[in-house]
Write a protein that binds this ligand. Structure first.
Ligand SMILES: [Zn+2]
Length: 422
C-alpha cells in the first residue's frame, strides 16, 4: 500500500538549529497544530486572561536524528508551579519502590552512599531510598511540588539543574554514587548543559540512570499525544548514546519499561571508569532501532499519517455517540490529554467533563478547551455510557478501579494506539 503524506516533509524555512548538534532543522516529523501549555490547569477566575497557544510542530534532525520541538516558553514559566504530583499514581509509586530495591542491591548502597535525583518531584522515589537508610538529595524546580517532598523528609533543593549547580555540589564534596533522572531528559531545553552537569555529579565509579519515553515505541504505537510543549526532545537509544558520548558518558546497559507507553532506562557511567562491561541488551536494542530505520530519515516517515487516522476515528466515534444521545465522560487530566483534545478539536460539546484523582486538578479546567475536571465520584453520580480513558498508559489500573461502570452498562474507550471500545 502506498501511503500518501499530505504535508510537505521538506520545509524550506529553517526553524532553530538542533538543540544537540546545531544542524538546521528542515525535516518535519509531525505537525499537531496549536495548543496551550498542557500542565497549566486554569481556574474559572483565570478565564478572562486568555491563554497562549504555541505550535506543536515536531522536527527530526537529519544529522543526529534527535526528534524535537522548539522551546517556545521558558522552563521557568512551565515548571515553577507544576500540576503534576508523581505520588497520585499507585503504579508509578510501585515502579519507584521496585527500582530502589533493585538499585540498593545492584550497587550495594547503604548509609555511606549518596543518591541524587534530578527533577525529584514530590519525593515519590527518593522516599524509598531514605526508608532503606540511604542518604538522598532531590533537585526540583517547582516549589509547590518540592514543598511536599520536604514535608515527607526528603531533602530537596528548589533549583533548575545544569552545570552551574552540579559544579557547586561537586565543590562541596557532594558527588553521588547514583544519580537518577526520570522523565526529565525530554524536558530540558539546554540538553548539552544538562548532560554535562550529570557527568559532573557522578563520583568516579558512580552510575547514572535515566528514564525517558522510547521514540521507537512512540512511533510504533502511534503515541503522538505524548508530544507536548513541556517535552522538548524525543530519544532513540541511538541518539541517547550519541548525546552521552559527547559528554564523556557511556551507556553500559538498558532496560525496556512499560511506563509512559514504553520507556527506556539507560545505565551510564564515566567513559574513564572501566569497571563495567557493556551489556548485550545495548546491542540488541540498537539492532531493533536500525531495523525500524531510525538511523535514516526513512524511520520517521509515515508517523504524521498515523496520527491523522487516529484523529478521524476518535472524532467520528464522539460525533456518532452524541447523535445517538449517549453520554461520554473523560477519565484523567494528564498532560497528554491537551495534545489529543486540541489536535482532534474536541471541546465541551463532545466531552462535557473529565475527572482526576489529584486534588490539585479538581475544580480546575483543562487548558484551552476549559473542559471541567471533577472528583472521580462524578462518574458514579452521572453514570456515563462511555468513559474515555485519557491516560491510556494506565488503562489497566483505571479499568480495574472503575469496574462499577459495568453495573449500568458503561463501557471504556481507549484512544491510542487505535481507538478501542471495551
Ligand atoms: Zn542534531
Amino acid at each position: 500500500m502506498t501511503i500518501a503524506i499530505s504535508h510537505n516533509t521538506q520545509l524550506k524555512a529553517a526553524t532553530k538549529p538542533c538543540r544537540f548538534c546545531g544542524t538546521s532543522l528542515r525535516r518535519s516529523f509531525v505537525d499537531l497544530g496549536m495548543s496551550p501549555l498542557c500542565e497549566t490547569y486554569p481556574a474559572a477566575s483565570d478565564f478572562h486572561r486568555g491563554e497562549t497557544y504555541y505550535p506543536l510542530h515536531v522536527f527530526v534532525c537529519e544529522e543526529c536524528f534527535l526528534v524535537q520541538l522548539e522551546e517556545y516558553e521558558s522552563p521557568d514559566k512551565i515548571f515553577s508551579e507544576y500540576g503534576y504530583f508523581s505520588s497520585y499514581s499507585d503504579s508509578w509509586l510501585n515502579h519507584a519502590d521496585t527500582y530502589c530495591e533493585k538499585m540498593v542491591e545492584r550497587l550495594s548502597l547503604d548509609r555511606h552512599s549518596f543518591v541524587i535525583e534530578v527533577a525529584s518531584n514530590d519525593g515519590y522515589l527518593l522516599q524509598y531510598f531514605a526508608q532503606r537508610g540511604v542518604p538522598v538529595l532531590g533537585i526540583e524546580p517547582a516549589a509547590n511540588v518540592a514543598k511536599v517532598a520536604v514535608e515527607k523528609g526528603v531533602s530537596t533543593l528548589v533549583q533548575f539543574f545544569g552545570t552551574q549547580l552540579a559544579k557547586q555540589l561537586a565543590e562541596e564534596g557532594r558527588q553521588a554514587d547514583l544519580v537518577v533522572g526520570n522523565n526529565v531528559l525530554a524536558q530540558v531545553p539546554d540538553l548539552n548543559d544538562f548532560v554535562e552537569g550529570l557527568k559532573i555529579l557522578l563520583a568516579p565509579q558512580a552510575v547514572l540512570t535515566l528514564e525517558f519515553p522510547h521514540l521507537l515505541r512512540l512511533i510504533e504505537r502511534n503515541e503522538f499525544d505524548t508530544i507536548y510543549h513541556e517535552h522538548f526532545s524525543y530519544f532513540s537509544l541511538l541518539t541517547a548514546i550519541r548525546v552521552m558520548e559527547t559528554h564523556g558518558l557511556k551507556i553500559f546497559d538498558v532496560e525496556e519499561l512499560t511506563t509512559h507507553g514504553g520507556s527506556l532506562r539507560v545505565f551510564a557511567n564515566r567513559v574513564e571508569d572501566r569497571t563495567r562491561e557493556i551489556s548485550p541488551n545495548v546491542q540488541r536494542l540498537i539492532a531493533d532501532e536500525k531495523q525500524a530505520g531510525l538511523d535514516t530519515a526513512r524511520g520517521y516517515e509515515g508517523f504524521a499519517f498515523q496520527a491523522t487516522q487516529t484523529k478521524f476515528d476518535l472524532v467520528e466515534f464522539l460525533l456518532r455517540t452524541a447523535r445517538e444521545g449517549k453520554s461520554v465522560a473523560g477519565y484523567g487530566a494528564p498532560g497528554k490529554s491537551a495534545t489529543l483534545l486540541h489536535y482532534c478539536g474536541i471541546t465541551r460539546d463532545l466531552l462535557p467533563y473529565t475527572v482526576d484523582r489529584s486534588p490539585y486538578k479538581q475544580g480546575r479546567y483543562l487548558p484551552g478547551n476549559h473542559i471541567p475536571i471533577f472528583h472521580p465520584d462524578r462518574i458514579h453520580e452521572t453514570k456515563p455510557d462511555y468513559v474515555l480513558i485519557l491516560p491510556w498508559n494506565l488503562k489497566d489500573e483505571i479499568m480495574e478501579q472503575l469496574q462499577f461502570i459495568r453495573g449500568w452498562g458503561g463501557r471504556f474507550v481507549v484512544p491510542i494506539p487505535k481507538l478501542s471500545v471495551c
